[in-house]
Structure formats: C-alpha cells, structure tokens
Design a protein around this ligand. Structure first.
Ligand code: SMO
Length: 759
C-alpha cells in the first residue's frame, strides 16, 4: 500500500513544537559572531524631496559603526537610465512612501541603532502625495514626473461594447474595493550577511533562495556565484517573501563594505508599513443576464494600486484579468485593467496574488444578480457553471481549465451545511424579530496554480551507501511541510522509509538552480521533480539489481514495503538499496530532474459561510465555515488541511477584519497590531472541510495546488454571508472589511430609507 494519500504526521513538527524553529534572527553561528546591527532610517513622509541629510550626529552616537546614505552606494549599478520608474536601494532625491529606506545605521547593538537613527537629520521638502488610486490615475500629481504618468500599464479596450448588456433583461452594476491588506507573516523580514574572501553569504527569510541570490547579485553588481543564500526556517511568506526587498540587498552590501558580519530584523511596524502589501484593487463591474438566471455578459474595469514602485503590479492585474470569467460560461466577458502608482508601500503578491480579487468580485456580483431576480444564489451558480463534460475548457480570456466538477462541489457543501435548514432558521429569526440575524454566503471558485509553470523546478535524489536518500529541491518550505511531503514521494516510489530520507532546500551552494515556492506550485512542480528523480533511480537500480541477482532486468521487482529488490516470485533473495548504492560506485545512485509541466492547473471548490450579525451593534461572528477545496488527489491530507485552515483564516480576515489604511496625506494609520486587526484563532469556528479529489492530467500525480485555495473561496463567502444576513432590510452591499461600524451604518441607512419611504 502506498504512503501517498495517508495522514502522515509532519516530520517537521516535533522540532517546531519543542525546541522551536531557527529563524534568521535566531541564528547563533560562528560566521555571525560579533555581527553588527542594521537599522534603517525610513521616510516619515509619503512624498517629499530630500534636500539634505546630515549624519554627523548619528556617526558620533554610542556604538555607531557606520552611517550610509545613497551617496555611499558608489559601487553598485546605477538605476537603469531607460527606466524612469526604477527603485533605488536608498532614496536619493525623492521619497515616495512612508517607510521607504533613506539611510542605514550600523551599530554594535540593536538598541544603539534605534537611538542612532533618531540622530540622522534628513531635510525634506514635502511634495503633494497622491494616495487614492482613482485620483492618481488622473495624473494631476505625478509620482515620477519623468515618466509622465502614474499609470504604469493599461490593458483592454479603450471603449467597451455596450450591446451585450443592452440585450440583457437584468443588469447589476457596482464598484467594489478589494482592500489593501498586510501579509503580516509571524516572522518579519530578516537577514544576516558575512563575507568570506570575495563571496558574501546571506541568511535570509524568503520563499526562494535562488531568486534571492539573483536579486542580491544584481543589486550589488556582482556575479551570482559571489553570493550564497541560505534560508533557515521561515515563519510565513504568503507571497511577500518571493525574493527579497532592497533592505536585504543592503544588508549584503554593508557586510561587503565593512568586511564584517551584519544582521537586520525589522520591527512589526516596519513590517506592516514597508513590507509589500497585497490586493489593493478597485473594481467597476457589471453583470447582465435573463430573469431565469442565465448570465450573458460580464464586465470588469479595474485598477491595481501598485503603490510607489511598479514591481509586480502589472503581473497581479494580469492574473485578475485571466481569471475574470471564474467558474461560469458567460458568452461575453469584457476586461480592462490599469496599474497605477500611488504614494503608498508597494503592492505585491499575497496569498493568491490577483486571483482572489477576480473571484471576490464575481461571487459578490452573482449574489447581487440573484438578489435582483429573486432567485436563490446557489441556483444561479448552478445554472451557469461550466459543466463537467466541457473540460478541458478554454475560457474567453484564454485560460485552459484542466478539470472541474463545480456543481458537485457546490452540492456537497450545501448538503453538508444543511442549506435548507439554515435558510429556515434565517427566516425564523427574521420573523421572530431576533436581533441576532443569520447570514449564509456562498462562493464558488476556480483558481490557476503554477501559472509560471514554464520555469519548472529542480530536484535531485541521491541514494547513499547506508541505504538512505537525500532529496535536494529547488522548491522551498516556509512552513508547508516539504520535508514530509518529499520524503513521502521517495518512500512511495523507492520503499526507502521516510525516516531515512533527508530533504535539503534553501542553500544556493547545494542547490544552485531552483525556482521556489509560490503560486501554489510546490507539489505539482517541485514534488513532481522529486517523483521523476525517484522513477529514474528505480530504472538505474533495476539494472544493477538484475546484475546482482543474475537475472533479466524485466524479471526483477522492487518490494516497496521493505525497500528491497528480488527476482519475481523469489522473495527470499533480496538486494537492498544500501547494496545497490555501494555497487553503483563512483557515480552512485543519483538522479537529476528539471521538471517542467506543460500547463498550469485549476483547483476549484465552494465555500459556505454562516455568520451571525448583531443588528444592534453591527458585530459579525463567523459561526460556521464549510468548504470543498478540490486540488486533485491529496498527497497528505493533514498537510492539505493545514493549508486550507491557514488560507480560510486569511480569507475570513480580509472579509471581516484586516485593512491596511492610509490617511489622505499617505500616513499609514494601521501601523501596529493595535490598529491592524490581524485575525486569530479566537475569531474563528472549527472549519468543516469536505474532501473532493478531481485529478488533473497535467502531471503523473494528478495534483494541483492548494496553498492559496482557502483564501480565495473564504473571502467572498463571508462577505456574501454578511450582506445576506441583512438583505431583507434592503442592504445590497457592504465593503470589506465588514467592521461593526460599516455593518451598523449599513443597517441604519437601510432602516432610514425604509422610514423615509413610509412617510
Ligand atoms: S501570493 Mo503566492 O506566494 O504566489
């Protein structure tokens, strides 16, 4: 029996739960002994000209080793002249968001750094800040005058064709804000660097060591082999640690400049204000169809707020655009996107990166449409799903969905939730005048995982003379459990027990080529690379075992239950992996694979949220959350459930609690966890997770990605539930996060207009 699909307890956990992880900041290694500390001077203004920096007082402060500004960065490649939007390592003339690095102070102790940065005197001449994305798009205040516009890219038609909507019996329109959120990983950004000869080693919290090395080498202007990146344990990344920011490049630079080890770990406020944010889209949307629930035309005209530097903004907008049609067969889908700069922290990938936004809007709008025609929202969905017999299905935006059973996922969820009973209970409370209203929200979704499949992923498996296996993977764990999953794959193929399999990742000297972990790509690409390595090793081993057993290779078999080879029908005489590795000699039993799948995959599912809304206070409590997240066959249900738990929690957080907010001058007003309402277990019920496993034909394991799925389904399900609770009062929409204040206002506005209508 294969170990795949079984509930194997994670190998990682005993260490994490007892001694604890070793994050970058925890490293106590000889290379970093006596390391100095980096503290950044960050811009307190959203937009300003720097007219002078006086570091003299700081340089004299206790424990100060050095103070550096942009003028000291004379040995790094200058920003490319042909890119007026280039992001410098340290701001030189202009700062463009609160939190932008302006200078770095290096001190003997961390506390000395905090004092010394206060002594760096920066003269700022304030410039008009533009914070609102629509205002920025007007180009009345330019963030980069040389670029001539705040709009980085535009995609889609200049004019929309209104004809498809004119033919619809019903059209609903709205503007939805998919608010800016902070990734807020438990482990904030952190790096350390030490120099040996002409090489710098950088320990860094990231999702992909090899990309991190490329970024650092590029920033320093050195060959990649002059940089080694080692990634210790990572306490969450969620997309925000794909590669590293300039703060980490500068840590490497400072170690080289000083010839001394340095380390840096940001504060929570720095993490909230100057680590990249997520989401931040504004959607103007329109959905038309028939009174009997057939959807005919959809339009999404949206802006991606990219923050002060473009980074991956255009990519995020592309993902949202590609996934705009969602799970539905809608004959007309019109998409336009604009990527716009604002004087705020740059926006980047965050758990789902552009795909959750597409789903959130479609699912909110389908509910609005259902409300408008007086049909159950589940029924409207059912009538418009792409049916199972249409797969593979090519969407109007050119995505080829591999496999899907959307109605089945919906029905499973409705049944498990007891949908009819929930609706009856909702009615009962309304009729009884119960102030504690019940809301039921549904969201069906499809997402694309491993959209960047072309880069593939590397794997290497080595079977040693002691019969153990070592896996080198270009993929990367930031908590996902690669050590367990990759060992399971090896045990499945080779019968080498998991406890004799070691997984190595996150060291560019050991794994020079790798892509890393994001886009829910690990198992379907990195795991597949390991799987193919194991298959190759089996082929090599078969030849060797046949020789050893003096048999024909076609007649020898591997008994994976004991990890030994024998001649078919003669189980008494075996050859072990240890023996095979020994006779393999010099070249050993080694396989290298760079696995490149032909296409991305499309996990899907349905989430149903049940909320209680206190109509007297506006407080929302999530009381149940039921989901199907179908990502194909599960390698390890415990790990898949963990991904779904985390994803759902983050999705609920966006619907109910979290928003990274700025005031009109561009000052972040949610810069601590006192203001940024990060979700915790106390706000959440136990999730009801249902299983469905529709395989893909894109890879031999049939697997899709599950890292982001929970986030994508949860947000609109919860938002829909909040609106649903109040729909009988005439509430049509409530923006996220549905804070008590927003909900209370919506209730009062609805009651007010009722009263006015009665007068
Ligand atoms: S937002 Mo993810 O790490 O692609």
């Amino acid at each position: 029996m294969s170990v795949l699909g079984t509930r194997v307890v994670r190998i990682e956990d005993p260490r994490l739960l007892t001694r604890g992880a070793t994050y970058t900041d925890d490293l106590r290694i000889p290379e970093l002994a006596g390391a100095a500390f980096v503290t950044y001077v960050r811009s307190p203004l959203a937009h300003a000209r720097i007219t002078g920096i006086d570091v003299s007082a700081a340089a004299e402060a206790p424990g100060v080793v050095a103070v550096y500004t942009a003028n000291d960065l004379d040995d790094v490649p200058p920003p490319p002249a042909d890119n007026p939007l280039a992001e410098p390592l340290l701001a030189r003339d202009v700062v463009r968001y609160v939190g932008e690095p302006v200078a770095m102070v290096i001190t003997e102790t961390r506390a000395q750094g905090e004092d010394a940065v206060e002594l760096v005197a920066v003269d700022y001449e304030p410039l008009d800040a533009v914070v609102d994305v629509e205002e920025a798009a007007k180009d009345e205040k330019l963030i980069f005058p040389a670029a001539g516009s705040n709009v980085v890219s535009t995609n889609g038609p200049e004019e929309f064709d209104d004809a498809p909507f004119a033919e619809c019996e019903v059209v609903v329109e709205h503007t939805f804000r998919n608010q800016r959120v902070a990734p807020a990983p438990m482990e904030v950004r952190s790096a350390a660097a030490a120099v040996t000869g002409d090489r710098v080693t950088v320990w860094s919290s990231n999702q992909n060591a090899q990309t991190t090395r490329a970024i650092i080498a590029g920033g320093l202007g050195v060959e990649p082999d002059k940089v080694r990146v080692i990634t210790p344990d990572v306490g969450g990344g969620f997309g925000a640690k794909i590669g590293v920011d300039r703060d980490t490049v500068l840590v490497a630079w400072a170690a080289r400049r000083l010839g001394r080890a340095v380390r840096w770990t940001e504060t929570r406020t720095e993490s909230l204000t100057s680590m990249q944010h997520g989401r931040a889209q504004l959607h103007k949307v329109k959905l038309g169809g028939t009174r009997d629930g057939r959807l005919l035309a959809y339009r999404i005209d949206f802006m991606q707020d990219a923050g002060a530097y473009p980074r991956v903004g255009p990519l995020l907008a592309t993902f949202t655009s590609l996934m705009a049609p969602a799970v539905y067969q809608i004959p007309t889908v019109q998409v336009r996107s604009r990527v716009v700069l604002t004087n705020t922290a740059p926006v980047g990938a965050y758990r789902g990166a552009g795909r959750p936004e597409a789903t959130a809007t479609m699912e909110r709008l389908v509910d609005m449409f259902a409300d408008e025609i007086g049909m159950d929202p589940a029924e409207v969905r059912r009538r418009n799903f792409i049916p199972p017999d249409r797969f593979p299905y090519t969407t109007t935006t050119g995505m080829q969905y591999d496999s899907g059973e959307y109605a089945k996922a919906l029905d499973k969820v409705l049944e498990a939730a007891g949908y009819a009973d929930l609706r009856a209970e909702q009615e009962r409370r309304r009729a009884a005048g119960d102030p504690m209203l019940l809301g039921i929200g549904i969201a069906s979704y499809v997402e694309v995982t491993a959209l960047d499949h072309a880069g593939g992923e590397t794997g290497r498996v080595v079977v040693g003379p002691d019969g153990s296996a070592t896996v080198y993977t270009g993929s990367h764990s930031q908590g996902q459990g690669h050590a367990t999953s990759w060992a399971m794959i090896v045990q499945d193929q080779l019968g080498i027990p998991m406890d004799k399999v070691t997984v190595v990742h996150g060291d560019t000297d050991q794994i020079p080529v790798g892509v890393g972990t994001y886009a829910s790509r690990s198992l379907q690409i990195g795991g597949m690379a390991v799987h193919e390595c194991a298959v190759k090793i089996k082929d090599q081993a078969r030849e060797l075992a046949a020789r050893e057993l003096e048999a024909d290779p076609a007649d020898v078999v591997l008994d994976t239950s004991i990890g030994a080879w024998h001649v078919q029908g003669v189980p008494g005489t075996t050859v072990t992996w240890a023996r095979l590795a020994e006779i393999a000699g010099e070249q050993g039993l080694t396989a290298d694979v760079h696995f490149k799948p032909s296409r991305p995959t499309f996990p899907f599912g349905t989430h149903l949220a049940v909320v209680e809304v206190d109509s007297e206070t506006g407080r929302v409590r999530l009381v149940r959350h039921v989901s199907v997240d179908d990502a194909g066959p599960l390698l390890n249900p415990i790990i898949a459930e963990g991904q779904r738990h985390g994803g759902i929690a983050q999705g609920v957080a966006q619907a109910l609690y979290e928003e990274m907010a700025y005031d009109a001058e561009g000052n972040p007003v949610t810069a601590t966890f006192a203001d940024y309402s990060i979700i915790s277990a106390a706000e959440l019920p136990s999730f009801e997770l249902l299983t469905m496993e529709t395989p893909t034909d894109v890879n031999a394991l049939g697997v899709k990605g599950i890292g982001e799925a929970g986030t994508i389904g949860a947000t609109p399900a919860v938002q829909n539930a909040v609106v649903d609770a109040l729909s009988h009062l005439g509430v049509r929409h409530i923006e996220m996060p549905a804070t008590p204040e927003r909900v209370w206002n919506a209730i009062n506005e609805a009651r007010g207009s009722e009263k006015r209508a009665a007068q």
